[in-house]
Design a protein around this ligand. Structure first.
Ligand SMILES: *[C@@H]1O[C@H](CO)[C@@H](O)[C@H](O)[C@H]1NC(C)=O
Ligand SMILES: *[C@@H]1O[C@H](CO)[C@@H](O)[C@H](O)[C@H]1NC(C)=O
Ligand SMILES: *[C@@H]1O[C@H](CO)[C@@H](O)[C@H](O)[C@H]1NC(C)=O
Ligand SMILES: *[C@@H]1O[C@H](CO)[C@@H](O)[C@H](O)[C@H]1NC(C)=O
Length: 857
């Protein structure tokens, strides 16, 4: 396939990566990430800005790292601003006009490992095992048989109840008959993104995969544990890939390769995390991530834009285009009423979110609930934990737990799947997992039967992984067609949320035609990006009710969450609606159940349906997300939208008041001719005609965009010059600087007449001038709104959401507010308390770091 060929071609170019990994010196250096037009030589930009070019940002094409001596200011920001001013006054062209995004890097606080459990809730009686019940004789006999047949002589295999449980029979991952078939992880590679991996452990060294490993904290090839508490990653690794030998136990995929990517032991930047998340992504197949924002029941954090781009890049280009498999631990904050939809990693559509159950098959108090959780598997609780490898030559550990221990176990099982089906895409894997998970605890799990006959619970996702069932299904699994998506327009609500049990409910009707135009056949993920202004975030909850009447609890109340800001462009995700057609009325119910002085307004929301395409040949790749993706709130809902106060959580029930939202049917984008010339050329012919002018036409158009030069080849009637440019890009990367510079010069000449920018610059400067006052509207969203407006002005016709699923800046924005003090006090230099959690707070003025941001060319 064309895409694949190109992806592998790109893979060849990734020789650049190794040289990228220079040590960082955060004490004395500043680092910047710049996204440049593809035809621009980074060395020239470096020259112009007085920076040193450190190399490409990992696997992200056109993104580069630059450094310079540490200084207070964001000198790139200053220079870009100055350039714009001059541009307006004098015109002409300058290499800085080719900077599409700029981010000064700051150290972000450490992610929390998911192995440390918060205290159990008050009154929680730990189900201490008075006396471990005796194993069942028949089960013990079978265990012996298995060990003999497979020649397992690992000393703690008998304790590894998660692999084979002779006490609570049936409460294990059901893997032994899979091993018996010779499926033990051959040829599969899992990377543990964590605090290191003891590659000298006798239980890991034979499976250790050096080429996939790197230490981003100490900048060495070997991700060796160095701190006293650098044990988490090694324990996780043991669960996946501990060798079948005479040391400790075995990994669930004991013949798999295991890599270590060390990021959690020191503070790093978004830039380095982005590189880490794509590290050796042609060879590392699965990335197991048992960490994330704090589980304190008050955080609401999403990864920064560079990390989001890296993750999208991974599913599009990793594993030769099949997509890296990200596995994330759901989080341990359930006792704090935390929920995995408040974490932008676990609620990403690109990650498989894994929660925990204990050895009795019960929900442990810590494992978080959410509509984005796909599946659960075994971990600590009911008096026991996971028994695995520890740091040291011959050290075992019997207390590994939390959702931290569940995610790698799942990752190991997916490695078994990849042994027999290395051709499965990242979405195939999600299908496979949810189609074969086994519902448990049917009485208390609040299970709903979904449209495709699966059962879903916010506590257990689609159930627990049954390895045997998963492998059986994998053998004959038919790959699904490429992804497609439908975006609703922004649906303005602007209504006070009544306090009490009554919710504010708003519906949006999705028609068959909309989905057809979007080339969307059946749903997988559903995301809702929304804005709510509220005096106390923890008081709010949100349900989404689908046309098939299934309910996603997108958000729940959180007693500890006092944040005075509601939701700011936050994206929630649900896997509940998997398999639905999506046609009909989607209803969102926002509630403020606490009757108190804190009240609020539901401002607007934006529904995105993701799924399988109707016509695979028409599918395209999603453009990289940008910071402003969700900023265009000017699109108005279609006339089918009604708002009603509802008393019932379920069912878009009889309305008390029914308000017809102002129907400006055509949420088409502003038509100011502001994009640079070559962008217009690229984008215009690809936008499908929208005969109806329905919201779908506008909102599904991302699927018709050219996200990169790759699909450009398919367009055919595109300006040949452009194709040449794209080819030039590849050559430039692969052959060398000479051609690179040549192309750059050529392209620049071609780009000269860009008068349209004058208009943009003016707009921007006006906004700049307004500054505080320019931070407009929709209360408290400040710079964010401002960026949105600029975005409109800049990206005419282009912006129809070059979007990932993530919330874009909501989290960042909130974090900025939350930790402003923190920031001003010693940014950059090491130890910030890990309890302070800032993600992606790299820049304070988005609008200045974005120059005509758009789908990359
Ligand atoms: C476990 O695997 C066996 C095959 O070994 C299969 O028959 C059984 O249905 C699976 N599931 C459970 C819950 O045991
Ligand atoms: C491993 O992969 C290679 C190449 O994809 C294949 O030829 C080989 O048969 C695989 N080995 C196993 C044990 O699956
Ligand atoms: C929201 O409604 C209020 C009145 O209820 C109105 O004054 C305001 O302009 C509206 N805002 C938007 C963005 O529509
Ligand atoms: C919240 O309540 C106060 C009075 O208690 C009222 O003045 C204010 O307008 C309300 N705000 C919203 C957003 O409804």
């Amino acid at each position: 396939m064309r895409l694949h060929a190109l992806a592998s071609l790109l893979g060849l170019c990734s020789f650049a990566t190794a040289s990228q990994l220079r040590p960082r010196d955060y004490q004395s250096q500043d680092y910047y990430v710049l996204q440049l037009d593809s035809n621009i030589a980074p060395s020239q930009v470096a020259l112009s800005l007085g920076l040193t070019h450190e190399g490409q940002l990992g696997e992200l094409a056109d993104h580069h790292i630059f450094s310079c001596e540490k200084q207070e200011d964001d000198i790139v920001h200053t220079a870009l601003k100055e350039r714009r001013r001059r541009k307006r006054e004098i015109g002409g062209s300058d290499i800085l006009d080719n900077v599409r995004l700029a981010r000064k890097q700051k150290l972000k606080p450490r992610m929390e490992k998911r192995g440390v459990l918060p205290p159990p809730p008050a009154g929680y009686a730990s189900p201490v095992q008075r006396q471990a019940p005796p194993p069942e004789d028949a089960a013990v006999a079978k265990q012996k048989e298995v060990m003999k047949a497979l020649e397992i002589s690992d000393p703690i295999f008998n304790e590894q109840w998660h692999l084979y449980n002779p006490v609570q029979v049936g409460h294990d991952v059901n893997v032994t008959d899979v091993w018996m078939q010779g499926i033990t992880g051959h040829n599969a590679t899992v990377a543990i993104v964590d605090d290191g991996l003891d590659m000298y452990s006798d239980d890991l060294k034979d499976n250790y995969f050096q080429e996939g490993s790197y230490d981003f904290n100490d900048h060495t090839e070997e991700p060796k544990p160095r701190l006293s508490d650098d044990r988490h990653g090694t324990r996780c690794a043991g669960e996946v890939s501990a060798v079948k030998n005479n040391v400790c136990g075995v990994g669930v995929a004991w013949d798999s390769k295991i890599a270590g990517i060390r990021i959690l032991s020191k503070l790093i930047t978004d830039a380095d995390e982005a590189i880490a998340m794509n590290y050796a992504y042609q060879r590392n197949q699965i990335y197991s991530c048992s960490w994330g924002p704090p589980d304190d029941g008050r955080s609401m954090d999403a990864p920064g834009i560079l990390i989001k781009r890296a993750m999208l890049n991974a599913v599009q280009n990793g594993r030769q285009g099949l997509g890296s498999i990200y596995v994330f631990a759901s989080g341990n904050g359930a006792a704090n009423e935390d929920n995995c939809n408040f974490d932008g990693y676990t609620n990403s559509i690109y990650s498989i979110t894994v929660g925990a159950i204990d050895r009795k098959g019960l929900h442990p108090y810590y494992s978080e609930h959410c509509s984005a959780q796909l599946v659960v598997t075994y971990s600590s609780g009911s008096g026991d934990a996971i028994h695995t490898t520890d740091v040291g030559t011959n050290q075992c550990y019997s207390g590994h737990g939390g959702t931290s221990a569940a995610a790698p176990l799942a990752a190991g099982i997916f490695a078994l799947v990849l042994q027999i089906r290395p051709d499965l895409s990242w979405r195939d894997m999600q299908y496979l997992v949810l189609m074969t998970a086994l519902p448990i605890d049917l009485d208390t799990g609040e299970w709903q039967t979904t449209t495709i006959g699966r059962k879903f619970s916010h506590t257990f996702g689609y159930g627990k992984i049954d390895t045997w069932a998963t492998i059986e299904a994998a053998k004959t699994f038919k790959n699904v067609k490429p992804q497609a998506w439908y975006y609703s327009p922004w649906i303005h609500v602007n209504q006070t949320i009544p306090q009490g049990d009554e919710g504010l409910s708003v519906s949006f009707e999705v028609t068959k035609q909309m989905l057809q135009e979007a080339n969307l056949e059946r749903l997988e993920h559903v995301t809702v990006t929304m804005n709510v202004e509220h005096g106390r975030r923890g008081d709010i909850s949100v349900d989404l009710i689908s046309p098939d009447n299934l309910v996603s609890h997108l958000s729940v109340t959180r007693r500890l969450d006092n944040a005075p800001e509601g939701y700011v462009d936050w994206t929630f995700m649900s896997v509940v609606h998997w398999g639905e057609a999506g046609i009909g009325k989607w209803t969102i119910v926002v509630k403020d159940t606490m009757v108190n002085e804190f009240n609020g307004t539901f401002t607007d929301w934006h529904l995105k349906l993701w799924g399988e395409s109707i016509d695979a040949s028409k599918a395209v790749q999603l453009p990289l997300p940008s910071d402003e993706d969700d900023d265009d709130h000017d699109a108005i809902a279609s006339s089918t939208t009604t708002i009603m106060a509802s008393t019932t959580p379920v069912a878009p029930a009889p309305s008390k008041t029914s308000i017809l939202v102002n129907p400006t049917d055509h949420p088409d984008r502003p038509t100011k001719p502001t994009a640079p010339v070559e962008e217009e050329e690229t984008a215009a012919p690809t936008v499908e005609p929208s005969p109806t002018g329905s919201p779908a036409a506008a909102t599904s158009s991302p699927s018709t965009w050219i996200p990169s030069f790759v699909p450009t080849f398919g367009i055919g009637h595109k300006a040949r010059v452009w194709i040449l440019g794209a080819v030039g890009l590849i050559l430039a990367f692969c052959i060398g600087l000479g051609i690179y510079l040549f192309m750059a010069r050529r392209k620049r000449l071609r780009n000269n007449p860009r008068d349209e920018w004058e208009f943009d610059l003016l707009e921007e400067d006006e906004a700049d001038g307004l500054n505080g006052a320019g931070k407009t509207t929709r209360g408290g969203k400040g710079g964010k709104r401002r960026a949105g407006e600029l975005y409109d002005a800049f990206a005419a016709g282009s912006e129809d959401e070059s979007d990932g699923d993530f919330d874009d800046e909501g989290g960042d924005e909130q974090e900025k507010k939350l930790y402003e003090d923190d920031e001003s006090e010693g940014s950059g230099s090491a130890l910030r308390s890990p309890s302070h959690h800032v993600i992606g707070d790299l820049d304070s003025d988005d609008e200045d770091s974005i120059v005509g941001e758009k789908a990359r060319k």
